[in-house]
Design a protein around this ligand. Sequence first.
Ligand code: GLN
Length: 519
Amino acid sequence: MKPEFWSITETVKHVITGEITAQQIVDGALDRITFLDREVGAFLEVDKDGARKQAAEIDRKRAAGEPLGSLVGVPVALKDNLVTKDLVTTAGSKILEGWVPPYDATVVTKLRAAGAIIVGKTNLDEFGMGSSTERSAYKQTKNPWDPSRVPGGSSGGSAAAVSAGMCVASLGTDTGGSIRQPAAFCGIVGLKPTYGRVSRWGAVAFASSLDQIGPLTRTVADAAAVLQVIAGHDPRDATSLEAPVPSYVDALTGKVEGLRIGIPHEFFAAADESAGPEEEGLGFTPNPGPEEEGLGFTPNPGIEPEVRAAIERTIAALTERGAITVDISLPHTALALPAYYIVAPAEASSNLSRYDGVRYGKRVDASELLELYRRTRGAGFGPEVKRRIMLGTYALRSGYYDAYYKKAQQIRTLIKRDFDRAFRFCDVVLTPTTPGVAFQFGAKTSPLDMYLGDVFTLSCNLAGLPGINVPCGVTTGGLPIGVQLLGKPLDEPTLLRTAGVIESAVGLGTRRPSGAGGI
Ligand code: GLN
C-alpha cells in the first residue's frame, strides 16, 4: 500500500512505532502536492514551513516520550473558509484576498492539539456558494477521477485533495450539501454532523443556521476518528450543543442486523418536481430480498440510471446483512429546494454585510463612505455571491418578509416534522447523495440548473440532521457514485456504523482515481 493512501489508523500507527517520522510523512505529502496540484488545483495555499514545524515538534515529542494525540502525524487540509492564525484565509473570495486571521478556528485548535499537521488551505466556491468549485474567485479544481469534470462543491478542493492522496483527511463545511456532494463526486466519505455537534467558531459564516463543519476522508473509520476530535461543546459558539461526545470509533461494529433503513419514496420518485404530500407510497415491499427485481420505484429521469442501480445494490447489500427496509414518506421534500434558496441567501446577505472595506479584507478607496462600500463590494464579490445577496435582501425586504422568509421557515418546520415522524419507523434514511455523477466544467449553465443538483442534500441541513456520503460504486465510465445516509439528531454513531457496512460491502476498496496529474 502506498503511504500517500494510508488511512489515519495506519499513519498514526507508523508514527507511534517510529517506523516513519512525522517529518517524512509531511515531506511525502508536500512532494505529492507539488507534483499533483499543478494539475488538480485543490490548494489555494500550501503551508510548507508551518507543516514542517508541526512535524518537527511531533518528532521531538515522540523522542521525549511525551503523550501523542489520536491524529499524530496525520496531514490534514482545511477548506479555506476555516480561519487559521498567521495563514491566509480567503473563503475563495477576492474580498478577503491576503487576509491573515489573528486566530485559529476551534476545529483547527482541536486538530493541532490531537497532533494533526495542517498542510494547507483548499479551494472552494466563493463563501461556499456553489456546487462545483467553479465559483471560486481564484482557480479551477479538477476532479482527480477525470480532469474534464468538476470535483463538486463547495468543498471541492478538500474533496479532491483527499481523493488524490495529497493529504489523509480534510475539513469542509456543509450548508446545503457542500461536504457530502463533493465527497460523492470524488469517491470519498464526507460527514456533515448534526447542527451544533461541531463548533462553528472561526468558520467564515455563509448561512449560520445551516452551516456545519465536518470531515472528508477516504474511509469511514477515518471520518469517525476526525469527528471524535472536532466534536463537542464550545463556549465560543452559542449554537454548539452541550451533549456528551460518544465514541464514534467504537460505533463501527460492522453489524446492521435489525437496523431499519427508511427509503423515502419522494427522493426516488422525483428529483426535480413535486411528489405532492398527498401522494401515496409507491408500494415496494419492505425488505426486498436480493433476488427481487429493482425496488419498484417509479422511473425517475431525475436520477441517472447508474446511480439508481448502485443505490439499489447498496440497499440489497444491507438487507442481505440483516437490515430491514421501511417505506417512508417525507412529504415536503419537494419544498426543500425553494425553502433553502430563500433561507440561505437571506442569512448570507446579512452575514456578508460585514465585508464593507473598512474592517477587513479588500478596500477600493473613494472620497465618501457609501461610495467606498459600493466600490469595494462591487469589485470584491463575484457574480454568484452578488446574486445571493440580491436574493436574500429581496426576500427580507419589508412587506415581503412574510411571503418569503417566514414562509420558508415554516416549510423548514414541516420538513423537520417529516423526519421526526419518519424516525419513529426507521433508524436511518437512505437516499442517493446526488441525482448524477460529477459533471463536465461549464455543464450547468444556469444558476437554477446548478441549484437543482442539490435536491437530495438540502433537507438534511434544513432539519439540522447528521448526514454522510459513502462511495457505493463506480459508473461504467469510471466515475464514483455516492449514497447518502441521514440520521436522527446526534445519532452519528448509527450513521457511521451503517456507512462502515456499506463501505465493506459495495465500497471502492483500493480503487483510486487515475485521471488527473498521473496519480
Ligand atoms: N450548493 C449549495 C449552495 O450553493 C450548498 C453549498 C454549501 O453547502 N456550502 O448554496
